[in-house]
Design a protein around this ligand. Structure first.
Ligand code: PDD
Length: 286
């Protein structure tokens, strides 16, 4: 089915959507993005994603392409036009194009480019992958130092996923100076007893929107949350582990670098947090 997508103010079939070859998103990865999930045809944590988008744009001195209200209207219209019940909305804003290639930013007033499209994913909430749990490998984190900005520089995370695939696994956690930073497209956690451990927020990791919600829900469920550095060895010795992201919610982790966690099936706390997250998010969806 041909999707209807949104490009710079226009809704049109994906086959007719175009962006300049001089667009800095294409030439320089000079662009930021957001991924928002859709459940029951409604947007999950739209405000959180809109706020992080603004933060990313501000950090790169990039113009906002439209207001938050306009963004919400665009997302809702795309969900409706494409008949999305469960799936994702991808949004990308680039610094636009001056009509040539130049390292120097385009002249002030050059309009940003904005692109949104939907991804239809029936069964996203009830995913078989979450029932099985993910097998993880660890890789060096060689990304740039501003991972708190959600840029489209995704080559290394893509390579990390390919390294995991080659090793017969599902995903990779990245390690810097001996400590886990995050997953290739998610935040990373382990559970020991009643305590959830995850790396504290800094420019080393993306400030996950799902992370924020899940940590709040964990505390409400009387679990202890410790935000501190941790090693792969510590996670391997844990009772369970999981990741969080808008695209996979709470994903149990059952193996790290060949070491099985617990009995090798998704742990009770990860499963419970997934349930709570889905239930609460559905209620708050707009
Ligand atoms: N990725 N860390 C990284 C490096 C990420 O790319 C993501 C999200 C997260 C989780 O953030 P959130 O909970 O706000 O989705 C953490 C998205 C889903 C993606 O690139 O597809």
């Amino acid at each position: 089915m041909t999707r209807t997508v949104y490009v710079n103010g226009t809704y049109l079939p994906e086959t007719e959507a175009t962006i300049s070859i001089f667009d800095r998103g294409f030439l320089m990865a000079d662009a930021v993005y957001e991924v928002t999930s859709v459940l029951d045809g409604k947007l999950i944590d739209f405000d959180g994603h809109a706020m992080r988008l603004k933060r990313s744009l501000d950090a790169l001195d990039m113009a906002e392409p439209c207001s938050t209200k306009e963004l919400l209207d665009i997302c809702r219209k795309l969900v409706e036009l494409n008949g999305i019940d469960e799936g994702l909305i991808y949004l990308q804003v680039t610094r636009g194009s001056d009509g040539d290639r130049d390292f120097v930013f385009p002249a002030e007033g050059t309009p940003p480019s904005i692109v949104l499209f939907t991804q239809n994913k029936p069964g996203l909430a009830d995913s078989p992958a979450a029932q099985k749990g993910a097998r993880i490998i660890s890789i060096d984190d060689i990304r740039w130092g501003r991972r708190d900005i959600k840029t489209v520089q995704l080559l290394y995370p893509s390579m990390g996923k390919m390294m995991a695939k080659k090793a017969g696994c599902d995903d990779a956690w990245m390690v810097e100076d001996g400590y886990v930073t995050e997953g290739t497209s998610n935040n990373a956690y382990f559970v020991k007893g009643n305590t959830i451990v995850t790396r504290p927020l800094s420019s080393d990791i993306l400030h996950g929107i799902t992370r924020k919600a899940v940590l709040r829900m964990a505390q409400e469920a009387q679990l202890k949350v410790e935000e501190r550095l941790f090693t792969i060895q510590e996670a391997q010795a844990a009772d369970e582990a999981f990741t969080t992201s808008a695209s996979a919610f709470v994903m149990p982790v059952v193996e790290i670098d060949g070491v099985r966690l617990g009995d090798g099936t998704p742990g009770p706390i990860a499963r419970r947090l997934r349930e709570i997250y889905l239930e609460e998010s559905r209620k708050a969806a707009i």
